[in-house]
Write a protein that binds this ligand. Structure first.
Ligand code: MG
Ligand code: ZN
Length: 359
């Protein structure tokens, strides 16, 4: 009798195990929070430098799921950051230079707009100006990435609850005389222009710490990227409906354009450090999906042998522009399994939208 009960319960256990494992393959596991980290211009060689030029273990080694993203824009084989970020933010391929608009220059709904309607709060942290192409595509709709003043106005009107980076000159002392700092305060933002606040705020936060781009790492930017990211997480994670945060290591790309290996690697190591802090948070939190990727590769960067010496690596470049190489996508957290494989950059938008769906 006892034997039979044990056997029956054992069978039941097996059935239960099978049914839950089948369920977990479906996107039942929704992400409460998503943190998207974009290393602008960060290809595989850039990522690999975190193995060779790092005082700490590379944060990339902590991911189990890796995919590859095809980065071409709608008209060009080689994308720029505007079309690349619009692909992540709105799920469309558009022309180079486009910010949140399609090929016909019509505005396209962004992930930020979509999830804000469901009570999810949103933030942006960048080492460029906050109106630069990558962050801009998440809140603005403009025909050209160069329309910085118009993009700044879009940011004031947008659903973004927290932002930190450079770009103060687009908000005050503007050619058109508009005072967007006042406009931000009118929209319940606490505005900081001197240094990163130590504490989270009851209000929304606008943090603008440089006239245009933030300083380089070599010019004493310090821990801005990690600290601003952790401040954003501290503030946004108070929201019971969850949050979306985009964090950009903007200047990896600028090191690539300058063909300056030291500049590129310093920025990459800083970004790697921020990834580590985000993964630590996500591990404790348990409901946060972390995605790390790039919009494209810059510079045709490679880690070459120095004069034939296979034990000495030097940075070399093949172009001062962007390249068409696929870029890696790393994912960790609820839903990470969907990020394996080779796919278009727009797929990252569709996965985030699906994993975020609260209905
Ligand atoms: Mg950028
Ligand atoms: Zn670039």
């Amino acid at each position: 009798m006892l034997k039979r009960i044990v056997r029956r319960n054992f069978l039941l256990l097996i059935i239960l195990c099978i049914s839950t494992s089948v369920l977990s393959q479906e996107p039942q596991k929704k992400s409460k929070n998503i943190i998207l980290l974009i290393g602008d211009g960060m290809g595989l060689s850039e990522i690999s430098s975190s193995l060779y030029f790092n005082d700490n273990p590379s944060s990339f080694l902590r991911f189990n799921t890796v995919g590859l993203s095809m980065t071409s824009s709608s008209k060009e084989l080689i994308t720029d950051s505007a079309a690349g970020a619009t692909a992540f933010a709105s799920g469309i391929k558009t022309y180079n230079g486009a910010i949140g608009v399609d090929e016909q220059m019509n505005p396209v709904e962004t992930l930020v707009e979509l999830i804000s309607k469901k009570g999810v709060v949103t933030g942006l942290v960048s080492t460029s100006s906050v109106v630069h192409a990558t962050p801009a595509a998440f809140y603005a709709h403009q025909e050209s990435r160069r329309m910085y003043d118009a993009i700044a106005e879009d940011l004031v009107k947008s659903d973004i609850d927290f932002f930190a980076g450079g770009g103060l000159q687009y908000f005050q002392n503007r050619a058109d005389g508009k005072n967007l700092i006042k406009a931000l305060r009118d929209r319940n933002f606490q505005v900081e222009t001197e240094k990163l606040p130590q504490k989270i705020s009851e209000k929304k936060q606008a943090i603008l710490l440089a006239a245009d781009g933030m300083p380089k790492m070599s010019e004493n930017r310090g821990n801005f990227l990690t600290n601003a990211t952790m401040l954003a997480i501290g503030q946004l994670s108070k929201n019971p409906e969850g949050f979306f945060l985009m964090v950009e290591g903007s200047q990896i790309d600028w090191g690539g354009h300058a063909n300056d290996g030291e500049y590129l690697i310093n920025e990459l190591i800083d970004f790697d450090k921020t990834i580590g802090a985000v993964l630590d948070f996500a591990k404790k939190n348990g409901e946060t999906l972390v995605i790390v990727t790039a919009d494209h590769e810059t510079g045709g960067f490679s880690l070459s042998a120095n004069e034939g010496n296979y034990n000495k690596i030097i940075a070399s470049f093949s172009t001062t522009g962007h390249t068409a190489t696929m870029v890696p996508v790393f994912a960790q957290g609820p839903g990470e399994g969907h990020f394996g494989g080779i796919y278009q950059n727009t797929n990252i938008f569709f996965l985030m939208k699906r994993l975020f769906n609260r209905n």
